[in-house]
Ligand binder design. Structure first.
Ligand code: A3P
Length: 323
């Protein structure tokens, strides 16, 4: 509770030492706050956001555990919300020259003074923020339905084995560690729940439960469904946001155009996504690897796969959720 009163970086550093600390996968160390593990920069961002976020009427949050397909859904969401200003076939579309993380920033990496300047939709009452924050750590003005007017949350999750593999590769590409981590060490930490935003199961369950209770406020999406039925999922997303495609837009094949613009092939070949640098100086190229379903089969041993499956089975039992 006392953390909510943190005002400055210096104080934050002092307070950081009071949190449980473990080795991390993507960064050297992880700190536990409100039941979830975070790298120190993200944790500072979350605590700042809890304290300083001032809601706007229609703010939208795109929440994910790291490596669930955030980069992709950010691009889709941006293209969808801004389709009137920037038709998806516009040769000067912002997504062709900017990485989706700079168009839809994660609030963890923003300073409080920057919240107001997020301007990623033509409607000033709507800002779109990304986040890896657990549902329970979001400010009450977002999670409390009575207070939350029209604010919406979109949650994207992904097969846990694929998410783990993507974390492991990213950890050794992102340059946030002094030395590479082995598959075995990363796996062990992941299974113990010590991953960015982890335990992954609790992260997913938090949003899953809210999506069942408040389906008009929290939309639960899956990477695999985006892959297998992108048109259906994009229309579902548009409908959830109260911005369904009109007949005219359908006739113009806008759904198709957004899917093509944001496809792995198009996005991963753009100069900005090959050579750019994002916040924390992570190269944008690290955000694009294979973009397929089931790559875990090429890397995990049968024992590892069944251990993760077993944990998932146990954690999700009784929730109505299976991955
Ligand atoms: P892989 O490492 O399995 O290839 P995040 O954006 O949450 O960091 O997730 C990254 C994962 O999404 C990576 O998975 C990456 O390749 C994949 N990805 C990035 N852009 C994508 C796109 N346009 N379509 C599908 N997958 C994409």
């Amino acid at each position: 509770e006392h953390l909510k009163d943190i005002l400055s970086n210096e104080e934050f550093v002092d307070i950081l030492t009071t949190f449980p600390k473990e080795r991390g996968i993507i960064s050297s160390y992880s700190y536990q706050y409100q039941g979830f593990w975070h790298n120190p920069v993200h944790l500072h961002g979350i605590i700042n956001f809890q304290k300083h976020y001032e809601p706007r009427e229609n703010d939208i949050f795109l929440a994910t555990a790291p490596k669930s397909g955030t980069t992709w859904l950010r691009a889709i969401l941006y293209a969808l919300i801004n389709r009137k200003t920037y038709p998806p076939n516009d040769p000067n579309h912002p997504l062709l020259s900017k990485n989706s993380h700079s168009l839809i920033p994660p609030f963890e990496l923003l300073k409080p003074s920057e919240y107001d300047s997020v301007c990623n939709s033509s409607d000033p009452s709507t800002r779109i923020f990304g986040t890896h924050c657990a549902f329970g750590s979001l400010p009450e003005s977002i999670t409390d339905i009575a207070k939350s007017s029209n604010r919406k949350i979109i949650y994207l999750c992904r097969d846990i084995k694929d998410t783990f593999i993507s974390n492991f590769h990213f950890a050794n590409k992102a340059n946030l560690r002094p030395s590479p981590i082995s598959l075995e060490d990363a796996f062990d930490l992941y299974c113990k729940g010590i991953s960015a935003g982890g335990p992954i199961w609790n992260h997913i369950l938090g949003y899953w439960k809210e999506s069942l209770e408040k389906p008009d406020k929290v939309l639960f999406m899956r990477y695999e469904e985006m892959k297998s039925e992108p048109h259906f999922q994009l229309r579902r997303l548009a409908h959830f946001l109260g911005k369904p495609f009109s007949q005219e837009e359908e006739n113009l094949c806008l759904v198709d155009q957004i899917i093509s613009l944001c496809s792995f092939d198009v996005m991963s070949k753009l100069e900005v996504n090959k050579t750019g640098k994002g916040k924390q100086l992570i190269s944008t190229g690290a955000l694009f690897r294979k973009g397929v379903v089931g790559d875990w089969k090429n890397i995990l041993t049968a024992d590892m796969a069944s251990r993760l499956d077993q944990i998932t089975e146990e954690k999700f039992r009784g929730s109505g959720l299976s991955l």
